[in-house]
Design a protein around this ligand. Structure first.
Ligand code: FES
Length: 206
């Protein structure tokens, strides 16, 4: 009998812990709130955002919008073929990416390395040089000279630490509106994949 009286008090303390004291009731309150809120959102295990969380959510959405970066591309185009090809694309309402500015020159042979380097210096992320196909140059061999100038320019671009993909040479005729759109789309995607030019920092600071 004496042994039975000693066993009863040992079983009682665990029962008191299950019902909980003040500390236990406080820790249980947030769990019940989280369960209630998760039932509202319909997503198990995920509580509905509080006021603080909603602010964080708006900030993250803002940064995601800022990360949707579009490149700035400069297109040097000869007056007689490539510029007319861009015009054909516009007249034909061929859709293409719009993140470029065109600089018209009379012949692609006029595009010196300094023109391209100046564009990069002023914040361009990519530069496209375009002219007439071989045999179509209105100045006989201006596009052949453009190739020589382009090779020199590419060497300097590499020395500056820029990627080769930021500079491109294409021949586009006046009738090739579709080709112009394709080249623009391809080059824009290519430059977008490379990201902002390291030389474009001065542009953003100014
Ligand atoms: S006129 Fe077009 S490349 Fe010379």
């Amino acid at each position: 009998m004496a042994a039975e009286k000693k066993q009863r008090p040992k079983r009682e303390p665990p029962k008191k812990r299950k019902t909980g004291g003040r500390a236990a009731s406080k820790s249980a309150e947030p769990k019940t709130k989280a369960k209630a809120s998760s039932s509202k959102t319909g997503k198990p295990g995920r509580a509905a955002p509080t006021k603080g969380e909603s602010k964080v959510a708006t900030k993250t959405s803002a940064t995601s919008v800022a990360s949707d970066w579009d490149p700035r591309i400069v297109v040097f185009a000869c007056n007689w073929c490539s510029y007319a090809g861009a015009d054909t694309a516009g007249v034909s309402r061929i859709q293409h990416q719009p993140h470029f500015r065109m600089i018209r020159v009379m012949c692609s042979g006029r595009i010196q390395p300094g023109f391209v380097l100046r564009a990069f210096e002023r914040g361009a992320d990519g530069v496209l040089v375009s002219g007439c196909h071989f045999g179509d140059c209105h100045y006989v061999n201006g596009n052949e000279r453009a190739v020589e100038q382009f090779e020199k320019t590419m060497n300097v671009v590499k020395l500056l630490g820029l990627e080769e993909g930021r500079l491109r040479l294409e021949w586009i005729s006046a009738a090739e509106g579709v080709r112009f759109a394709q080249v623009i789309n391809e080059f824009t995607d290519q430059v977008r994949a490379l990201g902002p030019s390291p030389m474009a920092g001065s542009r953003q600071a100014s």
